[in-house]
Design a binder for this molecule. Structure first.
Ligand SMILES: Cc1cc2nc3c(=O)[nH]c(=O)nc-3n(C[C@H](O)[C@H](O)[C@H](O)COP(=O)(O)O)c2cc1C
Length: 187
């Protein structure tokens, strides 16, 4: 019972109404998703493709550049049939080619997020978010979009994969908490 009371005073949203969708190749964005989930509860969902990207980094960069150019939306394996049961949808993604990754474009195009609160979060290699948050706004015209969260993740190009671990994960946890309080997801 004590736990229940604590849970109620901590989060401002019913966890049953929270969906956390994320795309992550080297688990940095997943690390942030895990932290958010720790505070908010809710359902976690990793975006999976019908045809996964290559293992090879350069091949992936090239494929993504081409998809960005042509506007190709890669088909997803992930499907959500009960979108109506969620009020708050966290959407997490790395920056890819200074854009929103094509699979997240697929996800946002395929689902009706009207009337929902969309909470974007991102990791990148230090070059920033590019146009990704703008694209989220454009693809969710009838949603309320909160202030987003972004932090530095890995640098796969240089062989740095999961960077959000140890001390860095602790620091990220404090930053995420502050942000969740600011956007009134936590009390
Ligand atoms: C195909 C591809 C393109 C990328 N493009 C960028 C970029 O334009 N800017 C940037 O800062 N980081 C870029 N990165 C690095 C990732 O954003 C960064 O490593 C991120 O933390 C990875 O998240 P993940 O571990 O969840 O996959 C790119 C990574 C990949 C695989």
């Amino acid at each position: 019972p004590t736990e229940d009371i604590e849970a109620k005073t901590e989060t401002a949203v019913d966890p049953d109404k929270v969906l956390i969708v994320y795309l992550s190749r080297t688990n940095n964005t997943k690390a942030i998703a895990d932290i958010i989930h720790g505070y908010m509860g809710g359902t976690m969902l990793a975006l999976e493709l019908k045809e996964p990207y290559p293992e090879d980094y350069q091949a992936t960069v090239q494929q993504v550049a081409q998809e960005n150019e042509t506007g190709f939306l890669p088909p997803l394996k992930t499907r959500i049939d009960s979108m109506e049961s969620y009020d708050v949808v966290f959407v997490g993604f790395p920056t890819w080619g200074m854009q929103l990754p094509p699979p997240m474009k697929s996800f946002l195009k395929q689902h009706d997020l009207s009337g929902k609160v969309i909470v974007p979060f991102n990791t990148n290699a230090g070059y920033g978010i590019g146009s990704s948050f703008e694209t989220v706004k454009a693809l969710c015209p009838n949603s309320k979009i909160t202030e987003s969260f972004s932090t530095r993740g890995g640098l796969e190009r240089d062989g740095i994969y999961l960077a959000i671990k140890g001390e860095k994960a602790k620091k990220a946890e404090a930053e995420v908490k502050k942000w969740l309080q600011k956007i009134k997801m936590l009390q």
